[in-house]
Design a protein around this ligand. Structure first.
Ligand code: WQD
Length: 338
């Protein structure tokens, strides 16, 4: 079966391409490479032992999507393509609403026109804001979302809910990702942040590789056991496999309309300092770090209740944080050698 992966050259998208192929699907990538690197295709080819089918085009265009759907028999779509910088989204809100919401609308319209009902949407734990109760369940009331990026995810989910409520022939799942980290164990693909990384793990690995002088831990005065923030870090290959489980679930459903939301995480909170300590252990390198000020917009703690996805999709994370950090470090070392 052919699965179209928009944003398939990105971090989570590229790992999902591998997981789809391993599960017997044929992934077809649609990616305009505006925020990804063509080297990803070479890495995918090394792992898959063949070139993945790729359309280097923009999925915001109805004519591009129609052409892809005419040329390929597509059984389902996984929609990753979106802008994802929280900071930039506050500076350029229209760019984010136009791209992230606009492309979802065009995609849905074109899928419905071509009788393709199955869609997995990349959502984010950011829709929870700072939840009052932990771990967060899918029906935890959403708190005010802190960024335009987060709004685009929340609005995307609402669009899907509304289209399904109107009884359109749509079978859709939103996956709310917690914090994806790690890389493929082959080190042929991984995260490729542009410029100075915003996210913790790429900053750690670049610091260990000597690219950055020091990691700043953003705040040690949070109401958490060691005072640093708690997050639910999940290996990107586990997250990739959650997409496969979600697609397999949709393909088995007979009803014309389905809409479901699932958390995807490990189900436990790990602090910034615990993560630093674990990285030092798996890499055998002390990490130069200092405690700094809180980062504006950070929530103290957020981690997932994963019972819904475990029960309904039969998926749970298999890889520990140690393994994710080992894979991220191996990937960074490969990058540094090139
Ligand atoms: C993790 C923890 C920081 C950098 C963001 C987005 C979210 C999703 C994933 C998607 C926090 C601390 C970080 C550093 C630090 N985005 N930290 N020093 O903020 O949980 O989630 O990325 O596409 O929507 O909001 O992830 O990796 O930035 O931070 O101490 O140099 O690490 O304060 O506690 P976050 P993160």
């Amino acid at each position: 079966m052919n699965i179209l992966v928009t944003g398939g050259a990105g971090f989570i998208g590229s790992h999902t391409v591998i997981a789809l192929a391993e599960a017997g699907f044929t992934p077809i990538i649609l990616d305009d490479f505006s925020n990804s690197d063509r080297r990803v295709l070479r890495g995918l080819e090394k792992i898959l032992k063949q070139q993945p089918h790729c359309y280097a085009e923009n999925c915001h265009s109805p004519s591009v999507l129609s052409r892809v759907f005419r040329e390929q028999k597509i059984d389902g779509v996984i929609h990753f393509a979106a802008f994802k910088s929280v900071g930039e989204s506050m500076q350029e809100p229209l760019k984010y609403y136009d791209n992230n919401i606009g492309s979802l609308i065009v995609l849905l319209q074109t899928m419905l026109e071509h009788d393709i009902p199955n869609l997995i949407f990349s959502s984010s734990a950011t829709v929870y804001g700072q939840p009052n109760v932990l771990p967060v369940k899918e029906d935890t009331p959403e708190q005010p979302v802190a960024s335009v990026y987060g709004h685009t995810k929340l609005i995307g989910e609402e669009i899907l809910r509304d289209v399904a409520a109107a009884q359109k022939p749509l079978k859709a799942i939103s996956l709310r990702y917690f914090n994806p980290i790690g890389a493929h164990p082959s080190a042929h693909i991984g995260e490729l942040p542009l410029g100075v990384p915003n996210n913790l793990v790429p900053f750690i690995t670049q610091t260990a590789a000597g690219i950055r002088p020091m990691l700043t831990v953003f705040g040690q005065d949070y109401p958490t056991p060691d005072g640093t923030c708690l997050r639910d870090y999940i290996h990107v290959m586990d997250l990739a496999e959650a997409h496969v489980a979600a697609m397999q679930y949709l393909l088995k459903q007979n009803g014309p309309t389905i809409y479901e939301v699932f958390n995807v995480g490990m189900g436990r909170g790990v602090s910034v300092l615990e993560l630093v300590k674990t990285f030092e252990m798996v890499s055998g390198k002390p990490l130069n770090h200092r405690i700094g000020e809180r980062r504006p917009g950070d929530v103290a703690a957020v981690y997932a209740d994963v019972s819904k996805i475990r029960t309904q999709l039969g998926w749970s994370a298999k890889r520990e944080v140690e393994e994710a950090l080992r894979d991220a470090w191996r990937w960074q070392q490969c990058l540094s050698q090139h």
